[in-house]
Every structure is written in structure tokens, then in C-alpha cells.
Design a protein around this ligand. Structure first.
Ligand SMILES: C[S@@+](CC[C@H](N)C(=O)[O-])C[C@H]1O[C@@H](n2cnc3c(N)ncnc32)[C@H](O)[C@@H]1O
Length: 399
């Protein structure tokens, strides 16, 4: 069939190549948005060159096979070993002997990673790492694969079956998610990840996805001094900020790094198994971990700020409102502030990371990323709080 085998848009190729070459000249500015725009252009070029058949084979064979190879590499220690060996050619036979993995199996995994460009093939059964494969040795980079591909994969891959059996309604019930349907469980994503031993990977992934994003507390972004520090109770027993659903406390640690002189406690709240895994260290001694279920009464009353980062997007409106009501009841009027760090999906031109995350939320938790209108409906309409300001970091990332 010509439709399947004709390159998608060869006519556009020369112009795209010219635009990419011109854009490359601007890369020295170091501007992320220039680079990201160029990456999207390069993606358009690739799609123009590919035939629909090649794109389909990439989706159905090549990408799932990459996930399998990455997950195996995580599990057997391949990525860590290759990173330890450094930027030199590495033979399958030697790697296999050190890892105690069948060299035939390892050859097949590495061959596909090489064919897909994630390793550099330098000879027969010999590969050099790329910056991507080196990054897979880091828990903040490799944690997403088991926690989202192994755990989340069945939710995506069976979404059509879930939807077929639910008359194609947008999922809004946290107790009947595509994940629950796919895994045949009534546990939600977080409880299932804990029961299957993937919570640590998920928390590491939380440390990874934030990389490269401008922190809201950085200079010239949210005015921390004026908004929060001025007028805050200076006594050391006072609570300055509670990070509700704060995971391992990455945000509060970052806050302390930017604002070390701020007085008052920094409390990170999360499920017992999450805060219980925070190992006390010199780095995190500015934090007070506290196990707390955010659907129950908020035990910390009258803090200067209650902060939620990527928490409300995990829940459909009724559950998100329940979380906010618990916080609202603990806030001191005219003193406490609520800080939400979430995506705001624009009406058109959503960035691919945000549209993808929206479907992750749909599939894993019957939840969603929200538009500005949705945020007003939730925060003001359902919860009677007032949105004072939305700060934007571009690409729909807002604080
Ligand atoms: C998407 S993560 C965000 C973590 C952190 N705020 C960040 O941005 O890195 C959502 C967090 O909510 C926590 N969580 C889920 N259910 C919870 C509950 N009922 N009470 C408290 N925390 C919960 C999870 O353990 C997880 O750490």
C-alpha cells in the first residue's frame, strides 16, 4: 500500500534542514526554549522522512524493545557498570562475565540499544556509552522505567479495553482507574507501587522529572521574601512551610538551599512508607518529616505556607477538593498562604511533556492536568479559596 510505504512529507525536507541549520546557529545562547524548538523541528524532519510503516514499526517493535532493554539493564546493573567503566569501548563478553548474565542475551539487548542510537556500536559486540546510557546509572533517571513503564504500562496498553467497557467516558473516579482495571486491583497507583516494591523508583523519578526546570523559589521568579518571609512568625517553633505530599522533600531542600536564613520549620508530609525512607543526613537536617494522609485532618495548624507540588494533578476534582479542604481548615486567616506548583495546560499548543503527563494521570489515577479555567473552578469554585497570582515558567509550568 503506497499510503504505508511513501515517506510522509519528502517535499518539506530541504526547507526543514535549512531551518534546522539556521536554528543551530542560535544554540550558543544556551536558551532552553531555542533548543527545545529545534528538537521539535528535528522531530518534524524525522517524521517527514519516515514512511508511516516505519513509524508504526518503531512504535510497535522498537520502542517497547528499548524499554525492555533499559529495564533489564537497570535490574542486572549494566548501566552502572558501563558508567563505572567510563567512556571507553566495552565488550559484551567482559560485561556479561562481570554481571553474570548470559552473553547471548546481553548481545541481543545491546545490539538493539546500539541500533536505536542509545549506545555507540564501535565494533562487533563492542559498544561505547552515550550520555543517555550514562545517565541511566543514576536513580533519578532509571527510576521512571520500573515505576512508570512496568507499573504504568498495562494501564496505557489496556486503556481502550477499560474505555470500551465504560462507554468511552472520561475517567473521573479515583476508585475505578484504568490502572486498577489493568492490574485487577483496588489499590491506587501509590499503594500498588508500594506493594510491588516500586515506590523507591517512583520517588527517584520524582527527583528526576524536576531536573532542568526553574525552581519557583529562584531569584526573579516567585518573590519569596515579599510574599512569604516578610510578616512570617520568626520564632524557631513556628512552621514556615509544610510540603503536603512532598515525597522525599526535594522541594524543601531546594528551598533551604536558596533561602538558608529563613526561620521556622520546614515540614515534609507524605505517606508513612515515603517519609520513613528519608534517611537523616547533614543535607536534610533542615527538614522535619511527618507521616500524614492528606485526606485526613491537617495536624499542622497556622503554618505560613502550605505547598503542594504535583499532588492535585494526581486526583480527580472531588478528591483534589477534599485535599484542599483539609488544608483550608488548618490555615490561619490573613496569614497562611497556599502555594500550588502544577502544570497549566494552554488552550492550544500544549507542550508534549504536559499532554503526555495528562494521559499518565488519566491512565494511572483517573486524574488530569488542568487548564487555567479548571484551576479556578477547583480552587475558587469548589473550595472557596482565592487565587492571588499565577507565575509562569513557560511551557505550561506554573507556580
Ligand atoms: C506526584 S508525587 C509528588 C511528590 C512531590 N511533591 C514532588 O513534586 O516531587 C505525589 C506524592 O503524593 C503522595 N501521596 C499519595 N497519596 C497520599 C496520601 N493519601 N497522603 C499523603 N501523601 C500521599 C505520594 O506518595 C507522592 O509522594
Amino acid at each position: 500500500m503506497a499510503t504505508a510505504t511513501t515517506p510522509s512529507n519528502l517535499a518539506a525536507v530541504p526547507h526543514l534542514i535549512k531551518e534546522i541549520a539556521q536554528g543551530a546557529g542560535c544554540l550558543e545562547s544556551g536558551c532552553h526554549e531555542v533548543r527545545q524548538a529545534l528538537a521539535i523541528k528535528a522531530r518534524t524532519l524525522l517524521q517527514a522522512l519516515e514512511t508511516p510503516r516505519e513509524t508504526m514499526i518503531k512504535h510497535c517493535w522498537a520502542q517497547p524493545a528499548v524499554f525492555a532493554a533499559i529495564l533489564c539493564g537497570n535490574e542486572c546493573g549494566l548501566w552502572k557498570l558501563m558508567a563505572k567503566n567510563g567512556d571507553r569501548p566495552q565488550r559484551v563478553k567482559e560485561l556479561a562475565a562481570t554481571l553474570d548474565v548470559d552473553p547471548v542475551l546481553l548481545r541481543r539487548l545491546l545490539r538493539h540499544m546500539g541500533a536505536m542510537g542509545y549506545l555507540l556500536e564501535v565494533g562487533e559486540d563492542e559498544y561505547k556509552p552515550t550520555s543517555f546510557s550514562l545517565s541511566l546509572s543514576l536513580p533519578i533517571m532509571n527510576g521512571g522505567y520500573p515505576s512508570l513503564i512496568t507499573m504504568g504500562g498495562p494501564s496505557f496498553l489496556n486503556l481502550h479495553e477499560y474505555e470500551r467497557s465504560r462507554a468511552w467516558k472520561n475517567p473521573t473516579d479515583a476508585k475505578d482507574s484504568p490502572l486498577m482495571h489493568a492490574h485487577k486491583t483496588d489499590l491506587n497507583y501509590f499503594d500498588l507501587a508500594a506493594s510491588r516494591g516500586y515506590l523507591e523508583d517512583f520517588n527517584n523519578h520524582m527527583g528526576g522529572y524536576r531536573q532542568g526546570r526553574l525552581p519557583w523559589m529562584a531569584p526573579d521568579f516567585v518573590p519569596v521574601q515579599e510574599l512569604l518571609v516578610e510578616g512570617a512568625d520568626p520564632s524557631p517553633e513556628a512552621v514556615f512551610m509544610v510540603d503536603v505530599g512532598g515525597g522525599l522533600g526535594h522541594d524543601l531542600l531546594e528551598f533551604h538551599r536558596y533561602h538558608p536564613s529563613v526561620l521556622g520549620k520546614l515540614i515534609v508530609q507524605d505517606l508513612p512508607q515515603v517519609v520513613g525512607s528519608i534517611v537523616p543526613s547533614e543535607e536534610n537536617n533542615s527538614l522535619t518529616p511527618l507521616a500524614h494522609n492528606f485526606f485526613e485532618e491537617q495536624p499542622i495548624k497556622g503554618a505560613r505556607a502550605y505547598y503542594l507540588h504535583s499532588v492535585l494533578h494526581d486526583w480527580p476534582d472531588d478528591r483534589a477538593a477534599a485535599i484542599l479542604h483539609r488544608i483550608k481548615a488548618a490555615m490561619r486567616p490573613c496569614y497562611s498562604k497556599l502555594l500550588l506548583n502544577e502544570n497549566v495546560i494552554p488552550r492550544t499548543g500544549a507542550y508534549w511533556e504536559t499532554s503526555a503527563l495528562d494521559l499518565v494521570m488519566l491512565s494511572l489515577l483517573s486524574a488530569r492536568e488542568r487548564t487555567e479555567r479548571d484551576w479556578y473552578d477547583l480552587v475558587e469554585g469548589r473550595c472557596g479559596l482565592r487565587i492571588v497570582k499565577i507565575w509562569s515558567a513557560g511551557r505550561g509550568w506554573r507556580a
